[in-house]
Design a protein around this ligand. Structure first.
Ligand SMILES: [Zn+2]
Ligand SMILES: [Zn+2]
Length: 324
């Protein structure tokens, strides 16, 4: 069988990059078929990159968190990064990393485990980003988690994905431009200003601790969307301090608990937006965002990218803030 590469094709009409990864179709879906879990027993997986046990790196004899290269990667390291332009069409045959962070327990999410376990996952993300830094084919790093089948997950066993992209995708590019424009005009960081405004108004705040705030954004893309934003200006997630990581784990776990127990939301995604690695982006401010996936997209959302949320974020923040 011909080995099919992932292609990143450029849609010249909408000015965006689309990833086509035929090999991804081969990955098993354990939501649809009951098979042995590939993450409970790692024997058929790629060789682990590193392990953690009780907060410290371990040799793997005992572990609570493990990092392995994805067996069905979107991009791989064998490809040469090449850009091909042919008239109105252009594409990139991409090279990249695609790693999985797996927590030991098959049926326990980070919301049900001690805070230190979330800390381990954040440390793994930090370590991975730092390990990608010297690779000139890496532009953006995508960090995400899919919870529940409707969120795009193919395995119920909790895992977190860290993937490098040979491009900066359109939405993120627009975001970087907004931060840059705001900085040039006001000599201030956009998210530092948003933090200040949210802390002053308080009505969209869900949680706050020493280093972070969690709030429902003023203009959400989906209902009950929540952003966790660091109080300290810092473009790069991998530069968080140990103290911030402890604080982040606490607010993150409380947020997961709220989704699980107040909303009883079974399907959601979360992402970490962090500055790309191809150069410095001093005007950017990293943050984390949660998207519940209980509603499906309609024509207006799909065709015109106009989001309709069914309730005011101020009311949704109150439900999340006050719910137990
Ligand atoms: Zn499992
Ligand atoms: Zn900032």
């Amino acid at each position: 069988m011909k080995k099919e590469n992932t292609e990143v094709r450029y849609d010249i009409v909408s000015n965006e990059w689309i990833i086509i990864s035929p090999k991804r179709g081969a990955r098993p879906n354990n939501f649809q078929e009951a098979r042995d879990c590939p993450f409970c027993d790692l024997k058929d997986q790629e060789k682990p990159k590193f392990y953690f046990y009780k907060g410290k790196e371990s040799n793997g004899k005992k572990w609570t968190t493990v990092v392995i290269p994805n067996k069905y990667p979107v991009f791989n390291l064998e490809n040469k990064n090449k850009k091909i332009k042919d008239g109105v069409y252009s594409k990139i045959i991409g090279k990249g990393h695609h790693d999985l962070i797996i927590t030991k327990e098959h049926d326990k999410f980070l919301s049900q485990l001690e805070d230190t376990r979330s800390e381990e996952v954040f440390t793994c993300i930090q370590k991975l980003i730092n390990s990608y830094k010297d690779n000139n084919f890496v532009k953006q790093v995508a960090i995400f988690h899919n919870k529940g089948e409707k969120s795009g997950a193919s395995q119920p066993h909790p895992h977190y994905q860290v993937m490098t992209l040979p491009i900066i995708e359109r939405e993120f590019k627009t975001e970087l431009e907004s931060f840059n424009k705001f900085y040039k005009k006001n000599k201030k960081c956009l998210y530092c200003e948003i933090n200040k405004r949210e802390l002053k108004e308080k009505e969209r705040i869900v949680l706050e601790n020493e280093h972070f705030i969690a709030f429902c954004p003023f203009a959400p893309k989906v209902g009950f969307q929540v952003v966790i934003s660091p109080k300290r200006h810092n473009p790069n997630f991998e530069k968080i301090t140990e103290e911030e990581k402890k604080s982040l784990s606490k607010i993150f776990k409380k947020m997961l608990y709220k989704y699980d127990n107040i909303l009883k939301e079974k399907n959601y995604n979360f992402f970490i937006h962090t500055a790309p690695l191809n150069k410095e982006y001093p005007y950017f401010h990293w943050y984390m965002v949660f998207y519940p996936r209980s509603s499906s997209l309609g024509g207006l959302e799909m065709g015109f990218r106009i989001e309709i949320s069914q309730a005011m974020p101020e009311e949704q923040a109150k439900i999340l803030r006050e719910g137990k």
